[in-house]
Design a protein around this ligand. Structure first.
Ligand code: ZN
Length: 114
């Protein structure tokens, strides 16, 4: 029986004995429990996100100013990974620019990747 089922059962009991104060207290407890459940869900998602980032970090190597994943020869933006833990492939920089040969489509930084 989950916490929400327990609240429903207790609510039915309190309605049966017609105790308004107890029903009011139960409703407050129920709201607090829902808040805790929501917070727990958010924390669980955040934790999974951190676990995912840690797992990816273990498979990244840094060279020539960019990150590389195993079995992927295309470089990833070091700025986006370092700041936001987002993997963004670098793309070819526009012709004629002297800022670098690769550019990040997300943060618009240029890189010189050989
Ligand atoms: Zn970037």
């Amino acid at each position: 029986m989950g916490i929400t089922d327990s609240f429903s059962t207790l609510k039915d009991v309190l309605i049966g004995i017609d105790n308004v104060q107890a029903i009011g207290t139960l409703m407050e407890l129920q709201q607090q429990a829902y808040s805790i459940l929501d917070e727990n869900r958010e924390l669980r998602l955040k934790f999974e996100e951190i676990e995912r980032a840690n797992e990816i970090s273990g498979n990244l190597s840094f060279k020539n100013g960019a990150y590389y994943l195993q079995d992927d020869e295309n470089p990833y933006c070091s700025n986006c990974w370092d700041l936001d833990k987002k993997l963004v492939h670098l793309t070819q920089a526009p012709r004629g620019t002297r800022l670098g040969n690769k550019r990040c489509p997300a943060c618009a930084n240029f890189f010189t990747v050989t």
